[in-house]
Design a protein around this ligand. Structure first.
Ligand SMILES: CC(C)(COP(=O)(O)OP(=O)(O)OC[C@H]1O[C@@H](n2cnc3c(N)ncnc32)[C@H](O)[C@@H]1OP(=O)(O)O)[C@@H](O)C(=O)NCCC(=O)NCCS
Length: 375
């Protein structure tokens, strides 16, 4: 069977995430994502995705304190992050840092407990790594706001150097929940493909970050942020979109391999969140651009099965939260790492080396001509 882009190919059975395209619903372990976004926390969702059930109170506390304890990465990783040139892309620094977290650790134990422990270590340290690099390139010392209660609060605080408001911390928490998992996307598949060789969790997550970087995947959230900045005013949306399409370019934050009949179900939550943040700041400029874009570009592209995706409003939300544009992408990784870990653990339960095949369409039997006769 030949399926370009592996479209429609089932690589594993899963209990992690169900996307009900018909009814525009996403479920994490059977729970409606909209309800999780409204009522739970990132830490609770991490437990749910990893363990398959919601945590009890003490289990949640334990996970939270494990994440808190792991916030500072090993010393050599701190040095590495601070040695990166300011021109480095934050996603590349994060990828290298996660890879280096493997250094010095005995990786022979590949049991689910050992791999989850590694996953937790990576997830816990990611906010510090991203924030420390962003501050270092601005000539600032890293921060470790140890008293920050949640992962989301810690991340925002470490990045910005000031305690976020309750609404801001909650907005980041919702972003981390929404981005945490989305079935067999390219980075999840990459993590699983690497893990299927029995390479360790550090290797799988490093590869997944590399996959996330591409503009057809996570990189679109940076492109969407740049687009919104470039447009600058909702009144310019139409002319900007027309110009891009006339040049044959794609509009970032639009289109999805799965959602061809309607918008991404997560959009509703994100649109509302963007509006709430706009109201808190008394600055509606960015959300107005996104809404106008959603309306106008959808009218132009829906016939091709192209609708707005999460990156459109994520760009607006991260802007209101004060993130530098290129930090949007590692922020996606700070969240999605939870899903990658869940997929690796699930796949390993019935591991089989991923090794697809291809159809050879080139020539055979060519006559070898010695170099000196080739001219
Ligand atoms: C995500 C994406 C790669 C999905 O691609 P896909 O399922 O392979 O869809 P295709 O590339 O087959 O696109 C189908 C048609 O829609 C068009 N299209 C897809 N996304 C588009 C976009 N964002 N803007 C304009 N046109 C788009 C394609 O050009 C193609 O048109 P054609 O048939 O005239 O050639 C694609 O929509 C995209 O590049 N989006 C922009 C980047 C982005 O936001 N990525 C984040 C995804 S979560």
């Amino acid at each position: 069977m030949y399926s370009p882009g592996l479209e429609g190919v089932v690589v594993k059975e899963t209990r992690i995430c169900h996307i009900d395209v018909e009814n525009s619903k996403i479920y994490y372990r059977g729970y409606d994502l909209e309800e999780l976004a409204a009522r739970s926390t990132f830490e609770e969702v991490a437990f749910l995705l990893w363990r398959g059930r919601l945590p009890g109170r003490s289990e949640l506390e334990e996970l939270k304190s494990e994440l808190r304890r792991g916030r500072r990465p090993p010393k050599h990783v701190e040095y590495l992050v601070r040695a990166a040139p300011p021109s480095a892309e934050p996603i590349d620094v994060l990828r290298t840092a996660v890879s280096a977290m493997a250094w010095g650790e005995d990786l022979s134990d590949k049991s689910p407990e050992a791999e989850l422990r590694r996953g937790l270590k990576i997830a816990a340290a990611m906010p510090y790594v991203v924030a420390a690099f962003d501050r270092a390139r601005r000539g600032l010392e890293p921060l470790d706001p140890a008293e920050a209660e949640s992962h989301a609060e810690y991340y925002l605080w470490a990045l910005r150097g000031e305690r976020p408001s309750g609404r801001e911390a909650r907005a980041m928490d919702v972003m981390l929940i929404i981005y945490a998992e989305h079935s067999m996307n390219n980075s999840a598949f990459t993590a699983v493909a690497v893990a299927s060789t029995l390479a360790d969790m550090y290797a799988a997550v490093t590869a997944a970050i590399a996959s996330l970087k591409g503009p057809l995947h996570g990189g679109a959230n940076v492109d969407a942020a740049r687009m919104i900045e470039e447009i600058g005013d909702a009144r310019r949306v139409e002319s900007w979109v027309d110009e891009q399409l006339a040049k044959g370019r794609r509009i970032p934050g639009f289109g999805h391999r799965i959602y061809k009949k309607g918008p991404d179900p997560r959009l509703k939550v994100l649109r509302e969140l963007a509006k709430e943040l706009a109201a808190e700041r008394g600055d509606f400029r960015w959300v107005e651009i996104a809404e106008r874009l959603e309306e106008y570009a959808t009218a132009k592209l829906a016939a091709k099965g192209v609708y707005a995706n999460t990156d459109l409003y994520a760009a607006v939300i991260f802007r209101y939260l004060g993130l530098p544009v290129d930090v949007n992408l590692p922020t996606f990784a700070v969240s999605r790492v939870v899903g990658w870990i869940a997929h690796v653990l699930e796949y390993r339960q019935a591991n089989r080396l991923i090794r697809p095949t291809e159809r050879y369409v080139g020539p055979v039997g060519l006559k070898y001509i010695p170099l000196e006769e080739r001219g």
